[in-house]
Design a protein. Structure first.
Length: 315
């Protein structure tokens, strides 16, 4: 009885490996574009970078540049999110080896250390800023590598007008896990029903709050950059139907998640996948892009195998 169960499991595993391999091979062949996620680049010593990384991964300029050098050496060409969106919609063509580079949060290290390297290597990138946290240049905190500082609007404008960096939205003020009156929430503000003044938000109030946040980001963008954002990256990658509906109804071209994978023609523009890189040392861009090409297939296969392997252990 036990032996037949083992054979059955082995047969199922064999089938899954075969199907998974086939799907991975098909995924590998499909034209796709990886969108890389970075956060901060800072020229501080390793211990300092590590201690600051609890907020978001902090890379050294040399680690970031070795990523750019790898992309250059392998013939990758950086593309804009507008080009990615055209491709996903099935129009417009991309270079043979396209890659998009994104930075979340709007840390000042991006302006000081990543931006000059992108210019040096003639590469393009998108920086997603939390509109409420971008600093007023006249009242800003001075830059230091001892703590993390956010970009100011002068730096944002300089990058935006360079033709290399596109500035987009990481929401106005949804990058937190608390209500407007400070009550903590277990979930990111973009998907949580918050407690405001002791009462839980109704569905209508929740949707209104999302819409107001988008309107606020657009107002700030208009005042500072003379245009509205066209793309939004969800804080913590957290999104739901109402959040996607808000972005769609306000005319955003696409929204970006932190779901692991590459993007192909015909995919959902409102849920673009991205490729996260290792948080420490020099991220392995090569390995990350390769894995992201077939990640969804491998992940589902891994889950099936895990679930199956647990069967004999069940009472
Ligand atoms: Zn973020």
């Amino acid at each position: 009885m036990r032996r037949s169960l083992l054979y059955a499991i082995l047969a199922i595993l064999g089938c899954l490996v075969f199907i998974g391999g086939l799907k991975a091979a098909v995924a590998w062949q499909r034209p796709s574009v990886p969108i890389l996620i970075y956060h901060n680049v800072l020229d501080a010593d390793e211990a300092r970078r590590d201690s600051l990384s609890h907020n978001a991964p902090v890379l050294s300029p040399s680690a970031f540049e070795s990523n750019l050098a790898y992309l250059e050496r392998e013939g990758y060409e950086t593309v804009t999110l507008r080009q990615v969106s055209d491709f996903v919609e099935g129009r417009g063509s991309l270079p043979p080896k396209p890659v998009a580079i994104t930075f979340d949060d709007g840390w000042e290290g991006v302006y000081r250390f990543a931006y000059p390297l992108l210019v040096k290597h003639k590469m393009k990138a998108t920086v997603f800023v939390i509109a409420r946290q971008v600093q007023d240049p006249r009242r800003r905190q001075p830059f230091t590598t001892e703590r993390l500082t956010m970009l100011d609007w002068d730096q944002v404008r300089e990058m935006d007008s360079s033709g290399r960096i596109d500035i987009e939205s990481h929401t106005y003020d949804l990058h937190k896990r608390s209500s407007p009156d400070g009550a903590p929430s277990d979930y990111p503000a973009a998907i949580a029903r918050l407690t405001v003044g002791g009462a839980i938000e109704t569905d209508a109030a929740y949707r209104r709050r999302l819409n107001e946040d988008f309107k606020a980001a657009e107002r700030v963008f208009r005042a500072q950059l003379r245009r509205t954002p066209r793309f939004v990256a969800w804080p913590y990658g957290a999104h739901n139907h109402a959040a996607l509906e808000t972005a769609r109804s306000r005319g955003y071209r696409a929204t970006l998640t932190t779901d692991y994978g590459v993007d192909c023609a015909g995919d959902d523009l409102m849920r673009l996948r991205r490729v996260s890189l290792s948080e420490h040392g020099t991220p392995d861009v090569d390995g990350a892009i390769r894995e992201a090409r077939y990640a969804p297939e491998i992940y589902s296969l891994k889950q099936c195998v895990k679930a199956l392997l647990r069967i004999p252990n069940d009472p």
